[in-house]
Design a protein around this ligand. Structure first.
Ligand code: GN1
Ligand code: MG
Length: 373
């Protein structure tokens, strides 16, 4: 095969051609705001499905992309069978994205320059939002996470590979931060000083979930890993959640990572990309709505210890994401895609402000959790 154009997207059109079930490609456009992969919406002229999602995976982050695909297959097969057996979604539309096969029957295509491409079915008549719209939306996002956890709750975690070692383990992010700081140093600006001080004051706290796990108080389960607001698809007519997408980080973990991630993302109406980081606040009414939606399904499988660590999870995952962004800023933006050199610093400030707001409302957030159990 000719190597051709080895710029990252040099084989975009050829990649799309590998996955067409029928018809022909009429349009390819960039899609979504993912921070890791390059994602495209492919439009087809076809009697059947009119769109699919094409992604060039970031194999610097996901070092074993074939294991990611294997986990995705394990989940989608399990979810399909489970929904046939137990119709969790009575009276509601619910769809699981499908992994599409390439022409040669494999679940990915490697282009001549080594890029890893894969495709997923597109959820039609649905949209996602980068920030929460209102309480109803928040409740639906919570319900979607509850659906997902219910669907996967009887899948043994050992059937999933650990595709991203250390993902959501806060003490490991702290160790990496220390190394980066020692190696790269940090400029002395008021924002950087604020962040460093912020991390310093929460070092012990960072281990709270991992210690609980080591003590056997929390157990490993299959998780989504990235249930942020824009990974939940909302039906354009009914406003109900119809799918949770982005299945890359399905792997064994703590449901607390997911709940914390969903809340840090959804209870911040300014969104994680806001420039107005000083105005960021955690909205506890949205928190209540999400947990109502989530627990309506999750009560069936959560145990008392799970509730005992919910507040810590909410506080920790916001802090952890801030730490991840801040570290990446210090390291020269090697992990998250950025639009400018200070982008990850801005993102870190947003998450730290959110963490502060969570801390300031500890009492009322704990009361919400207590009331909803
Ligand atoms: C990354 O690539 P994307 O946008 O789906 C990151 C998540 C973060 C998120 C913040 C594998 O997700 O952990 O919460 O950015 N994914 C990975 O927006 O690190
Ligand atoms: Mg993701």
């Amino acid at each position: 095969m000719k190597i051709g154009d080895c710029r990252p997207l040099g084989h975009l059109a050829a990649a799309a051609d590998q996955f067409i079930p029928q018809g022909r490609v009429v349009h390819i456009q960039e899609y979504g705001n993912g921070n890791v992969h390059d994602t495209f919406l492919v439009t087809l002229e076809s009697e059947g499905e009119k769109h699919f999602l094409l992604q060039r995976m970031n194999t610097q982050v996901f070092r074993q992309p074939d294991l990611v695909m294997k986990n995705m297959r394990t989940f989608t097969d399990h979810a399909r069978k489970r929904l046939e057996r137990i119709p969790l979604s009575v009276g509601r539309r619910w769809e699981t994205p499908r992994v599409l096969s390439a022409d040669d029957g494999r679940d990915h295509w490697t282009d001549p320059c080594g890029s890893f491409w894969r495709a997923m079915s597109f959820i039609e008549r649905a949209q996602s939002f980068d920030a929460v719209q209102n309480e109803e939306h928040a409740r639906e996002v919570g319900t979607a996470l509850g659906m997902f956890h219910s669907l996967i709750s009887d899948l043994p975690p050992e059937s999933l590979a650990d595709t991203l070692e250390g993902f959501h383990m806060a003490p490991r992010y702290l160790r990496h931060y220390d190394q980066v700081l020692a190696e790269h140093g940090a400029r002395e600006t008021p924002e950087v000083d604020y962040c460093r001080q912020f991390v310093r004051a929460r070092r012990t706290f960072a281990a709270v979930l991992e210690e609980a796990r080591a003590q056997g108080r929390l157990c490993l389960r299959p998780i989504h890993g990235d249930p942020k607001v824009n990974n939940v698809m909302i039906d354009t007519v009914t406003g109900q959640a119809v799918s949770i997408v982005d299945l890359d980080t399905i792997k064994p973990g703590l449901v607390h990572y997911d709940i914390g991630d969903c809340l840090r993302s959804c209870c911040n109406p300014l969104g994680e990309e806001t420039e107005r980081w000083e105005a960021v606040r955690f909205e506890s009414d949205l928190c209540r709505a999400i947990l109502q939606g989530y627990l309506s399904l999750a009560r069936a499988f959560l145990i008392p210890n799970d509730y005992a660590y919910l507040f810590e999870a909410i506080r920790l995952i916001a802090f952890e994401l801030g730490l991840r962004f801040f570290t990446d800023y210090l390291e020269g933006n090697v992990y998250f895609k950025v639009r400018h050199t200070e982008h990850n610093l801005r993102r870190a400030l947003v998450q730290f402000k959110l963490t502060e707001s969570i801390e300031a409302q500890e009492k009322s957030i704990r009361a919400i959790i207590r009331d909803l159990r």
